[in-house]
Design a protein around this ligand. Structure first.
Ligand SMILES: NC(=O)c1ccc[n+]([C@@H]2O[C@H](COP(=O)([O-])OP(=O)(O)OC[C@H]3O[C@@H](n4cnc5c(N)ncnc54)[C@H](OP(=O)(O)O)[C@@H]3O)[C@@H](O)[C@H]2O)c1
Length: 327
């Protein structure tokens, strides 16, 4: 089988290279249901089969997280792939994310050690702070007030700086090769850059043609941070029906999903689509064999923007309430 060519981008640590297409692992077991579904409808063996197929097809970057309750399945898939001689550990780029109830400095390490144990690995290639806002410490992944907003760790602004200190510790300890963030807005990134020793290598944010994150992309480029797009297909909703994307897809004999992913790649953004469908899995990685013209890029850049899909139920009055659009 001919393997797809997936470009890699060197990260700002100067050493590690991230494949520009990764395999998204959120909700592999339960498409489009409530977030906590990952804890309710778990099937590690089924999820491991999907992830193994992705590795077999050529995916090398696996986007996981403690919160997705998927790390055991990623571990099963990796062990099978190593045993079958499909890949070696050093060819894979495995990501995890520190969840919100592990935001105090020592709990960052605790969370990463749990993830590594589940994955069956001694290190991950990248660890991210999943959201800038922490929840109260404890076992509950989604601690809530009776009005269903999440209980924050504290009411201080910028308390993710302490979390970042824990991430820097994790790097020193060798638990991860690189560290980055997700869902940070520009102001939070500026504060982090001014108050830390190590720069985040990526900021992973919601981004697709209906939510193009133009200001964030400019900021990331100016600061050598690689922007990574989550929900790059807008979770399979309205975007895939967009008439202008359909026309562009027709010009290249590609699908709308491939055009949406390719547009981000050509803007210098990494993408991490999720799928359990083998046809989609193949389509999503075969996006390096065509080029969108400048005019097509401009048409996509100009698409009417729609509200972002994901926010967090964090107390809205918290100073770090996570909006990712602009300053
Ligand atoms: N850092 C964060 O806070 C954060 C938040 C959200 C997501 N993420 C990461 O980003 C990944 C991707 O985001 P997402 O899962 O929200 O949404 P997404 O990748 O934009 O969309 C997934 C949906 O699109 C469908 N799909 C996938 N490929 C397709 C194709 N080629 N043609 C048609 N439909 C297709 C999938 O259905 P099928 O399975 O049936 O193909 C699924 O319903 C997640 O899995 C996770 O790893 C990170």
């Amino acid at each position: 089988m001919i393997r797809p060519r997936v470009l890699r981008r060197r990260l700002n640590d100067g050493q590690h290279r991230l494949p520009l297409v990764g395999f998204g692992c959120w909700r592999i077991n339960h498409d489009r249901v409530w977030s906590l579904g990952s804890w309710l409808f778990n099937d590690d063996n089924r999820a491991a089969r999907v992830i193994y197929e992705a590795i077999k097809l050529g995916y090398r970057y696996i986007d996981g997280a403690y919160f997705y309750n998927i790390e055991k399945a990623i571990g099963y898939a990796l062990r099978r792939a190593f045993a079958d001689g499909l890949v070696k550990r050093e060819q894979m780029f495995i990501t995890t994310k520190v969840w919100n109830n592990f935001h105090s400095r020592d709990r960052v390490i605790e969370n990463l050690k749990i993830s590594l144990r589940e994955l069956g690995l001694s290190y991950v290639d990248m660890a991210l702070i999943h959201w800038p806002t922490g929840f109260s410490n404890g076992d509950n992944v989604f601690p809530m007030y009776c009005n269903l907003s999440n209980i924050p760790r504290d009411w201080e602004p910028n308390s993710y700086l302490e979390t970042w200190a824990g991430m820097e510790d994790a790097l020193q300890l060798g638990l991860t090769k690189t560290i980055g963030v997700a869902n940070f807005n520009i102001k939070q990134l500026q504060t982090l850059l001014q108050n830390s020793n190590i720069k985040p290598v990526v900021n992973q944010v919601e981004c697709n043609p209906y939510y193009n994150q133009i200001k964030m992309l400019e900021f990331c480029k100016n600061n050598s941070i690689l922007m990574t797009a989550y929900s790059p297909l807008r979770q399979g909703y309205d975007l895939l029906e967009e008439q202008q994307l359909r026309e562009i897809a027709g010009n290249h004999n590609k699908t709308v999903a491939q055009v949406a992913l390719r547009w981000n790649i050509q803007r210098g953004v990494a993408v991490i689509p999720k799928t359990v469908n083998p046809i989609h899995m193949r389509q999503n990685i075969y996006i390096f064999d065509f080029n969108l013209t400048d005019q097509e890029m401009q048409i996509i850049d100009g698409l009417k923007q729609r509200p972002k899909l994901l926010t967090l139920g964090t107390a809205r009055s918290h100073p770090d309430y996570p909006f990712t659009d602009g300053v």
